[in-house]
Write a protein that binds this ligand. Structure first.
Ligand code: SF4
Length: 379
C-alpha cells in the first residue's frame, strides 16, 4: 500500500460465489462451499486481475475494494490481503467485506484484523427470530448484540447492517420493534431490501408455499413499511442518501456511490459485472465458463450496447438523494438531459415526483417507493 496516490475513482468488486448453504429467497450466483473450490477460484481471481492490469493500466489504482458474494467471509483473511495487494490504494481507501453473523468469532476476527478490511457489511437481515427462521438464516437474535460488541472490541468502526422487510406474517409493529433493535446496535450504515423473489430463487423454482406467501403481501403494507423505515431512521439521525440506504454523516458507502455515479468499476469473479472505459460487461454466472474466458484471455465479456449507457446513467444517478448533476451528465453522456427530457421533467415536477433546478434534478423522497415507475418516465 502506498501513500499520496493520485486520486482514483476506480471501485473494485470481488464476487466470491460460495455459501455454506443456499437460502431459498436468494438469487445471487453461489455454489456450495468447499475449501478446494475456493482455493482454485482464488487462483482464477488472481489471473483475472493480472489480465486486466496488463491491458488496462488504470486498474492498478483503486479507491474502494469490496468483497461480496456469496459469502466472501469464507475466503481466508490471508487471501483477502493478497487480492488487495494487487492494487495501489491510499490509506483512506474503503475496503469492505460482507460477513455472515455466524462467522463472527474472536478467532475469525483475530485473522481478519491482519487484512486491510476496514468496513464490514453484515447479512443481519432481521432482529426478529421469527423472520430469521422464515428466511432460513442460521443465526439467532440473542447472539447479535454480543457479536456487534466483539466487532467494536476488534476496532471495527464502520459497520453496515442489512435489513430485509416485507416478510409475510409481519406487521408494522413488528417492523418498529425490529428497527428499534437495529438502532440499539448503533451501526454506521443500514441497507434495506424489500423481500422479492427472482425466478432463479429456490423458493420460486420449487414452488414453495413461501414464494406464494411473499407474493401475497399487500402493496399498501409495503409502502407503509418503507415510510416507517424512512421516518424512524431519519429521526434517529441517519441520512437517507440513496433509495434503500441510510448512513451516519460521513459513512455513506463510497463503493456503492461509485456505481450510482456511473464511475468506472472493475468487477472480478464469476457473475460480477463491471464498467470500464465506457464498456459495461458481465462475467458468466458459471465457474467453468468464467475459467474458459480467462484461458482465452477474454476480458469484459457480454458487453452491453452503448445505447444502454444513458439509461443506466439515469437509473443509477436517480437512486441517490442528490440525483443528477447537469454538468457531470453532459460530460459523461455528451447530451443535456435537461433539454432532452424537458417535457417529462416538467410533468413529473408538476406531480411533485421530482425536485429540480437548473443544475440538478432528483426524485422527491415521496417518490422513492415508486422510483421504478418515475424513472421509467425518463428513460
Ligand atoms: S442470501 Fe447470502 S448466504 Fe444466503 S445463499 Fe444468498 S449469498 Fe449465500
Amino acid at each position: 500500500m502506498e501513500q499520496d496516490l493520485q486520486e482514483s475513482a476506480l471501485a473494485v468488486y470481488f464476487h466470491i460465489p460460495f455459501c455454506l448453504s443456499k437460502c431459498g429467497y436468494c438469487s445471487f450466483f453461489s455454489e456450495a462451499y468447499s475449501s478446494a473450490k475456493i482455493q482454485s477460484y482464488f487462483s482464477l481471481l488472481k489471473r483475472e486481475i493480472v489480465l486486466y492490469q496488463g491491458q488496462f493500466p488504470s486498474t492498478r489504482t483503486a479507491d474502494t475494494l469490496y468483497f461480496g458474494g456469496g459469502s466472501p467471509s469464507l475466503l481466508p483473511a490471508a487471501q483477502i490481503s493478497e487480492l488487495c495487494g494487487f492494487f495501489d490504494y491510499p490509506d483512506t481507501a474503503e475496503i469492505s467485506l460482507e460477513i455472515n453473523p455466524i462467522q463472527i468469532t474472536p478467532a475469525f476476527l483475530a485473522e481478519l484484523k491482519k487484512s486491510p478490511v476496514n468496513r464490514l457489511s453484515l447479512g443481519l437481515q432481521s432482529r426478529l427470530d421469527r423472520e430469521l427462521n422464515f428466511l432460513e438464516r442460521k443465526h439467532k437474535d440473542k447472539d447479535t448484540p454480543a457479536r456487534i460488541k466483539l466487532l467494536r472490541d476488534y476496532g471495527y468502526s464502520n459497520i453496515s447492517l442489512d435489513l430485509i422487510y416485507g416478510l409475510p406474517g409481519s406487521n408494522l409493529e413488528d417492523l418498529e420493534r425490529n428497527l428499534d433493535g437495529y438502532l440499539e446496535l448503533q451501526p454506521e450504515h443500514i441497507s434495506t431490501y424489500l423481500l422479492s423473489l427472482d425466478e432463479s430463487s429456490l423458493w420460486q423454482r420449487f414452488g414453495s408455499t413461501k414464494a406464494s406467501a411473499v407474493q401475497e403481501v399487500e402493496e399498501d403494507y409495503l409502502a407503509d413499511s418503507y415510510a416507517l423505515i424512512r421516518r424512524m431512521l431519519t429521526e434517529a439521525g441517519y441520512l437517507h442518501y440513496e433509495i434503500s440506504n441510510f448512513a451516519r454523516v460521513g459513512y455513506e458507502s463510497r463503493h456503492n456511490l461509485h456505481y450510482w455515479h456511473s464511475d468506472d468499476y472493475l468487477g472480478l469473479g464469476a457473475s460480477a459485472g463491471g464498467f470500464l472505459e465506457g464498456v459495461r460487461y458481465n462475467n458468466p454466472a458459471n465457474l467453468e465458463e468464467y475459467a474458459r474466458n480467462l484461458d482465452a484471455g477474454e476480458l469484459r465479456p457480454d458487453r452491453e450496447l452503448a445505447d444502454n449507457l444513458k439509461m443506466d446513467y439515469i437509473i443509477m444517478g436517480l437512486r441517490t438523494a442528490k440525483g443528477l448533476d447537469r454538468r457531470k451528465s453532459i460530460q459523461a453522456l455528451g447530451i443535456d438531459l435537461w433539454q432532452e427530457k424537458a417535457e417529462a421533467l416538467a410533468r413529473l415536477e408538476a406531480l411533485g415526483l421530482i425536485i429540480r433546478d437548473e443544475e440538478h434534478f432528483a426524485l422527491h423522497p415521496d417518490a422513492y417507493f415508486i422510483s421504478n415507475a418515475v424513472i421509467g418516465e425518463l428513460i
